[in-house]
Write a protein that binds this ligand. Structure first.
Ligand SMILES: [Zn+2]
Length: 123
């Protein structure tokens, strides 16, 4: 892998800080939500389908939850020495790309390919 120890340490710090920040936001918002709305939704699946003003917030929340999970996975990869390696072709993901999107698991080529495949499916 092309990344130096110093670069890896910087990514680890960035990801840990990011995760902590998101987790803070999660508990804050859950708290606010309970204040506004008494009919609490029992789980995230129900929350996502609820058509209320809250649903937008909740969609963001559940996206953030996924991101927190993804950051956790990325930190794990980092510790295992798999960070920066593309899941698609097992090549190195460029440092530039990792800096822009540290949780990515695909190099730009594989990502482009995946996006095109998804687009084809939607059309
Ligand atoms: Zn790739």
């Amino acid at each position: 892998m092309a990344l130096t120890k110093k670069e890896l340490a910087a990514f680890e710090k960035q990801l840990s800080d990011w995760k902590a920040e998101l987790e803070d936001g999660q508990s804050e918002n859950v708290h606010n939500m309970h204040g506004q709305e008494t009919s609490a939704f029992p789980d995230l699946a129900d929350q996502a389908s609820a058509e209320t003003d809250l649903s937008f917030d909740i969609r963001i929340k559940s996206r953030e939850l996924k991101l927190i999970y993804k950051i956790g996975e990325t930190l794990h990869r980092l510790r295992e020495g798999d960070f920066g390696i593309c899941d698609g072709c097992h090549g190195d993901i460029s440092l530039k790309r990792l800096q822009a999107r540290p949780v990515t698991t695909l190099c730009i080529d594989c990502k482009t390919e995946q996006e095109q495949a998804e687009k084809t499916r939607i059309d």
